[in-house]
Design a protein around this ligand. Structure first.
Ligand code: AHG
Ligand code: MN
Ligand code: MN
Length: 337
């Protein structure tokens, strides 16, 4: 019998081979990805033992987003900061959990990359053992490496991302990564602590068959979204509905099976709930790299330039033609059929 090692490509080998071909290839980018993989293994182990290790439930605190902080949010955030202050890799890390970006403290350890993370996405699903994840995006810094990172290193358009990915802690732990050249998934073998290539070159066809949206807010959506979602429920539309409530899990399923995820703005919250830097940009980067699309309802999401690190955005993401239909339904000229 062939072992995984004999037939498989490890994440480390994949990172080495792909970053070597990168025009700006440096060992530092490979180290950055390896440090994220290290954080992912640590978080995955803690997620799996959460009920035993006293990691369920909240810390009693409220984060910068006004949301209750879960113990796993805090743990994941700390692990990522420790992993990414590795010398010579990052200058700063912006996290959904911290009001201010974390600047690599030792000036001599500062590196050429700025990273944005949602350390634990889907926190409301922790206590019910449903799938959660970690989302990240990587920018090349703008400021000089002679100084510590500046906020301008993070407030870059999504088109400037040089890599993005997520790790999903579900029935298995899967690391999904793109450095612009396709989207690839690696499954963790927890017995040896290694990620193996399991989903090479994930692609989104022009159309999917799943839609994911929290319909409880339907009465607050823009009319175009209500009309669009109604068309998806026509008998001949051939669609099915799935909504986990962890963006990373809903996106992952749609990436593998084909589908569209929508979290529109509402009259009261025109900017929606999801965060542009921590959730929108990284997943939009992956969707496009897989042949799909992502929009805020007005234009291509990756072309947005964030004004602040905690900026929110409406999000419509998935198969290209489905996203185009939803966007059309939001345009002022649209007339419901
Ligand atoms: P987080 O746990 O990082 O705060 O993100 C939660 C987000 C996202 O994962 C999910 O798609 C969305 O919240 C669900 O929101 P609703 O409960 O309003 O549908
Ligand atoms: Mn999230
Ligand atoms: Mn989160």
């Amino acid at each position: 019998m062939v072992t995984q090692f004999e037939e498989g490509i490890t994440l480390d080998r994949f990172i080495f081979e792909t970053t070597r071909d990168h025009p700006e290839a440096t060992g530092r980018f490979a180290t950055l990805l390896q440090q994220i993989a290290l954080a992912a293994r640590l978080i995955s182990a803690r997620v799996n033992r959460a009920g035993l290790a006293g990691m369920l439930g909240g810390t009693g605190e409220v984060n910068v987003q006004g949301e209750f902080v879960q113990k796993l949010d805090e743990y994941s955030n700390e692990v990522l900061k420790r992993a990414l202050e590795h010398p010579g890799v990052c200058c700063m890390l912006a996290s959904e959990e911290d009001e201010e970006p974390f600047i690599v403290p030792d000036r001599f350890a500062t590196g050429p990359y700025a990273v944005c993370v949602d350390p634990l996405d889907g926190s409301s699903n922790i206590d019910v053992n449903a799938t959660i994840g970690t989302i990240f995006g990587v920018f090349k810094r703008k400021s000089s490496t002679d100084v510590q990172g500046q906020v301008e290193d993070l407030l870059q358009p999504g088109t400037d991302l040089i890599g993005a990915g997520y790790v999903i802690y579900g029935s298995g732990t899967v690391f999904v990564l793109s450095t612009g050249n396709g989207v690839h998934g690696f499954t963790l073998d927890p017995t040896v602590g290694e990620f193996f290539l399991s989903h090479p070159n994930l692609r989104l066809a022009p159309r999917g068959t799943i839609f994911s949206v929290n319909e409880a807010y339907a009465s607050q959506w823009p009319e175009g979204i209500r009309d669009y979602v109604r068309t998806l429920k026509e008998p001949d539309a051939g669609m099915s509905a799935r909504y986990i409530g962890s963006l990373v899990a809903d996106f992952h399923r749609n990436l593998i099976k084909g589908g569209i995820f929508l979290y529109p703005g509402t009259a009261a919250k025109p900017k929606g709930k999801l965060r542009l830097l921590f959730e929108g940009f990284p997943l939009a980067f992956l969707a496009e790299a897989a042949g799909g699309a992502a929009t805020d309802g007005r234009g291509r999401l990756l072309e947005r330039v964030p004004e602040s690190i905690h900026e929110r955005t409406p999000l419509i993401i998935g198969n290209r033609d489905d996203v185009a239909d939803a966007t059309r339904a939001l345009s002022p000229e649209y007339v419901a059929s």
